[in-house]
Design a protein around this ligand. Sequence first.
Ligand code: VAH
Length: 311
Amino acid sequence: KIVVLGSNGQIGTELVTALRNTYGENNVIACDIRRPDYDIKNSGPFEFVNVLEKETLNAIFTKYKPSQVYLLAALLSATGEQNPKLAWDLNMNGLLNILDLAIVYKTAKVYWPSSIAVFGPNSPKDQTEQFCIMDPNTVYGISKLAGERWCEYYHQKYGLDVRSIRYPGLISWKAAPGGGTTDYAIHIFHDALKKGSYASFLSAETELPMMYMDDAIRGTIELMDAPAAQISIRSSYNFAGVSFTPEVLAAEIRDHIPDFKLTYTANDPRQQIATSWPRSIDDQFATRDWGWKPEFDLAKMTADMFSNLKS
Ligand code: VAH
């Protein structure tokens, strides 16, 4: 069995579907603190789980004895800044709870997402390398960097097969994003269709690493399917798709909606977070170790977003 914690989020929603397509509906247990939108009875197993409740987690591991666990429950960068202590507690203790149980129950593989938010103001901005200065200044970034160190520690000390990717901003249409700094790049598509305009909380020249969800899900499953001997990074892999600014994205949107207008709002706290992050990522270890290659460029991603959002 495969257990996915945080199954209702932006990533979980699509990962559960992808895993169920491969492993069968009943072999993937969706777990979240909220009931999913879909009809539970007709959509495979669902359990209410808060990753901070050890008793509940224990019961889930006892009941399903999972061979794989995906831990996606977290507070993201923008919401994390509104509630730093909760972000630290959820992002850190949620991870430690799962790592500990994975040892006790001999879980074969654990997946945990990190983020480009592990980089900070003094990290190189362009083609940011796997190993460089890392001085994150958001609670989210601090928790992800600490989490990466714990993952590597559990691998080295206890032999746990834990794997991780530093996601860039993920663009998708199925489930709403949950309070991140990169969310503008999703809202912009919805507003372009609804209103023909969008007010961006990030400035025109703010370039950030991004990726289409289809690529992110495929990459995640490819990493999890790779032979353990090929996984040389046990903290978290740099992982790149496309990089763009709001201005460049707006120009692409105008290929579909010629009159689309982009304006900018000033003084949003998310601007400071975005400015502390890289503009682009060097992911040569992912390419070398498990053959990572993105399929969606900006044009393909934009076309796919519009065709799905329209229908
Ligand atoms: C956020 N999307 O904005 C997340 C993230 C790359 C950034 O991990 O908080």
